[in-house]
Design a protein around this ligand. Structure first.
Ligand SMILES: [Mg+2]
Length: 193
């Protein structure tokens, strides 16, 4: 369920790399309602509308040396509203748009599962990757050199914040407005590196 935005970047920091990698702060971003307007089960680029400041916020955290991850519940897949291909294609378009502002998402994690999924492949009584469960964050932390103590989860729902806390990551609720303005104070904190 993970699509690396740039495989070359992924290879450069794998756990088995002979080059020692420093653990870095990670910005975990919920998608719908944080990066794009939550219009309900968004899965087509035509319906995708960036939240103001979202692309610039991602690029700013990239430049500051943070890892940036999207962690998004996509139960619309399990419910049969759209497919994983839609999710991957949309994330591809997001990645392309971010390139234009010099930004990137290090990895997109999504959870298609739901307790009432119509497609049995996606039905699980309590999907471990579905927020408020912390599975997607824990996976990112196992696949990338993340310093959890310095990391941050941003979401618009209680479940996002709970997932962050259960992964041992500080969590803040974004209630709308400009995402870069909301996050700017985080970049002024000292980053011991
Ligand atoms: Mg949301």
């Amino acid at each position: 369920m993970v699509v690396a935005a740039n495989p070359a970047k992924l290879l450069s920091v794998t756990a088995n790399s002979p080059i020692p990698t420093r653990r870095r702060p990670a910005l975990f971003l919920d998608r719908d309602g944080v990066l794009n307007e939550d219009r309900g089960y968004v899965h087509l680029w035509e319906d995708f509308c960036w939240v103001p400041g979202a692309q610039d916020a991602i690029a700013a955290f990239n430049r500051a040396g943070w890892l940036v991850f999207v962690v998004t519940n996509q139960s619309g897949v399990g419910r049969g509203y759209y497919t994983e291909e839609h999710v991957k294609a949309l994330h591809g378009r997001m990645a392309k748009a971010l390139e234009d502002v010099g930004g990137w998402v290090d990895a997109f994690y999504y959870c298609p599962d739901h307790p009432q999924a119509v497609d049995l492949r996606y039905r699980h009584p309590d999907p471990p990757d579905r927020k408020p469960n912390p599975g997607m964050l824990l996976r990112a932390m196992s696949e990338w050199p993340v310093n959890a103590d310095l990391s941050l989860m941003i979401g618009d729902k209680d479940g996002d914040l709970e997932a962050g806390r259960r992964a041992g990551v500080r969590a803040r609720r974004f209630e709308g407005g400009d995402l870069l303005e909301f996050l700017a104070q985080e970049l002024t904190r000292p980053y011991p590196g």
